[in-house]
Design a binder for this molecule. Sequence first.
Ligand code: RB5
Length: 149
Amino acid sequence: MADNKVIGMASDHGGFAMKEYIKQKLKEAGYEVKDFGTHSEKSVDYPDYIHPLASEVNKGLLKRAIIMCGSGNGAQMTANKYPNVRAALCWDEEQARLARQHNDANIMSLPGRFIAFDLAWKMVQLFLNTPFEGGRHLRRIKKIPKILS
Ligand code: RB5
């Protein structure tokens, strides 16, 4: 069973600096961070770091995770290959809030090269503290995995 105080993090080189900043902020706020890498600015392939994290979220071993790449897109696309993952690409506070209220997102993907780090931290706090509204939104997210043949 996932411990709500443990937050997963992963990025490629494009999100590395933001990952390190947010990791420090999370630790100061009393969270434990499970860091799946990358661990430097050296160029890497984002799926190599996002897959191991998304697999743990998919299995219910991690409840919430924050991922980054340069744009946030490649990281989000990789994570959303897993049926129990709902990864939301967010770039402002309202997107972070809505990703929780309406989509019950369990992963937030951030564009490490396009938004300020202090804004990213505000968004992370919203992502971690905003409840899912349920109701009609629950009906909708239940339909997400039902792909047509
Ligand atoms: C790396 O240059 C960049 O392509 C990557 O971080 C990401 O933006 C991909 O979606």
